[in-house]
Design a protein around this ligand. Structure first.
Ligand SMILES: Cc1ncc(COP(=O)(O)O)c(C=O)c1O
Length: 358
C-alpha cells in the first residue's frame, strides 16, 4: 500500500537512513566476515550475560549468553526478524488475514502501543489537520496529537463501539469524491479503538466493523486501529522465547485465563454498580478491556466530584474531561472506573463513595 497521500509535509520529506539499512546486514553476516562498518557496541562490554524467567506454572525461559548479546545489540529497526515472522503468523491466525495479503504486510516491533500510535499519527498530521476519532478517546492519543491543533471530528459511540451513521454524519459536509483523491485539507485519517475501548469499554460488532471499513473505502480514509486489549503485550526476545515455549495452544490458553480474570472483575464491578448506583448513573456493559465508563446525568461535570470530594474520601477515579477530543477543560458528565485491580469490597466502597459525592 502506498501511504504517501496520507503523509504530513514533514513525513514526505523524510528519506530512509542509509546506515540503518546497512545495519540489517549485521543480522546475516557469514562467519569470518570482518566488520568495520557500524558504530556497534562490543558485546563483551555488556553487563548482562544470561537470564532466567520463571513463569507462574513454575517452568522457566532461559536467555542464554548468545541470545542475551543478540537482544542487547543493535538490530534491524523493524525488530528481531524471527519475532516479526512469529507476529505475522499471529496476525494471520487471529485476524484471519490470508497469506496473500500477509506477504504484503509490514509488521514492526515497537516498545509499546503509545509509541507506535504517536509515531503513526505524527506521520500523518500537519498543523490543523482533521482527525476522525471516537467522541471519548484514549487521552494518550489526545496528548500526542493536541500539539498539532487538529480539527477533531468526534463520532458517537454506544455499547457496540463507533456508530457508522454518526461517522457518515461527521463526513456529510464533504462528498466522497471530494475527499478520495484530495491532497488538501480534508479528513483522511480515522483513529479507532475497536476492542474494549478506553474509556468506553465498547467493542465493535462484526457488522459495524464491515460498515466502518466500507465507509473508509468510500472516502479513502486511513484507519489507525489501536487494539491493545486484543492481547497482552510483552517485549522482543522474551516474547519470542515465550511464544516458542508455549506454542499457539499455550498462548490461547493463557489469553483465555487472562480474559476470564478480567471478565470476572468486570462482573463484580457491574454487580456493585447495579446494587449501589442504579438510577443514579448510566453505563454500557464493557465488552473488553479494563474500564467501566459511567455517565452521571445529574451532574454537568464530574471533575469536582472526583478531584475534590472523591479524593477526600480516599477514592481515585478519572473524570470524563481528559477523554474529550479538543475539550479537556470542558465539563463532562462521565467518569472512568478501572476494574483491573480492585477487590469486591473496594468496588463496593467506590460505588458508595460515588453515591455520596454526587
Ligand atoms: C487505547 C490504548 N491505546 C494505547 C495504550 C498504550 O499502551 P502501551 O502501554 O503499550 O503503550 C493504552 C494504555 O492504556 C490504551 O488504553
Amino acid at each position: 500500500m502506498d501511504y504517501t497521500r496520507y503523509f504530513s509535509r514533514v513525513s514526505k520529506n523524510r528519506k530512509f537512513s542509509w546506515l540503518r539499512e546497512y545495519a540489517k546486514l549485521l543480522q546475516d553476516l557469514p562467519p569470518g566476515t570482518v566488520f568495520l562498518a557500524g558504530g556497534v557496541p562490543n558485546t563483551t562490554q555488556f553487563p548482562f550475560v544470561e537470564a532466567k524467567f520463571t513463569l507462574r506454572d513454575g517452568s522457566t525461559i532461559a536467555i542464554d549468553p548468545k541470545l542475551m548479546s543478540q537482544s542487547l545489540q543493535y538490530g534491524a529497526t523493524e525488530g528481531v526478524p524471527a519475532l516479526r515472522k512469529k507476529l505475522e503468523e499471529m496476525v494471520s491466525r487471529y485476524h484471519g488475514v490470508n497469506e496473500e495479503r500477509m506477504e504484503k504486510s509490514e509488521v514492526l516491533v515497537l516498545p509499546g502501543s503509545q509509541f507506535g500510535l504517536a509515531m503513526a499519527l505524527e506521520a500523518m498530521l500537519n498543523n490543523g489537520s482533521y482527525l476522525i476519532i471516537e467522541e471519548h478517546a484514549y487521552p494518550g492519543v489526545l496528548s500526542a496529537v493536541n500539539p498539532y491543533n487538529p480539527k477533531y471530528l468526534p463520532v458517537k459511540v454506544d455499547g457496540d463501539g463507533m456508530i457508522p451513521d454518526s461517522l457518515r454524519e461527521v463526513l456529510s459536509p464533504w462528498k466522497a469524491e471530494e475527499i478520495r483523491d484530495s491532497d488538501g485539507l480534508v479528513p483522511k485519517v480515522l483513529y479507532i479503538c475497536p476492542s474494549g475501548g478506553n474509556p468506553t469499554g465498547s467493542s465493535l460488532t462484526e457488522e459495524r466493523k464491515q460498515e466502518i471499513y466500507h465507509i473508509a473505502q468510500e472516502y479513502n480514509l486511513l484507519i489507525i486501529e489501536d487494539d491493545p486489549y486484543f492481547f497482552i503485550q510483552f517485549r522482543d526476545i522474551l516474547l519470542l522465547e515465550l511464544l516458542n515455549k508455549w506454542g499457539w495452544e499455550g498462548f490461547d490458553e493463557h489469553v483465555r485465563q487472562v480474559r476470564c480474570f478480567y471478565q470476572s472483575q468486570r462482573d463484580i464491578m457491574l454487580a456493585a454498580t447495579q446494587k449501589h448506583l442504579s438510577g443514579l448513573v448510566e453505563w454500557y456493559i464493557p465488552k473488553g478491556g479494563m474500564f467501566l465508563w459511567m455517565k452521571v446525568p445529574q451532574l454537568k461535570d464530574t471533575y469536582e466530584m472526583i478531584m475534590e470530594r472523591g479524593l477526600a474520601h480516599g477514592i481515585v477515579l478519572v473524570p470524563g474531561r481528559p477523554f474529550c477530543p479538543g475539550g479537556q477543560n470542558h465539563p463532562s458528565q462521565y467518569l472512568r472506573a478501572s476494574f483491573s485491580l480492585a477487590t469486591k469490597d473496594e468496588m463496593d466502597q467506590v460505588c458508595l463513595c460515588v453515591l455520596v459525592t454526587v
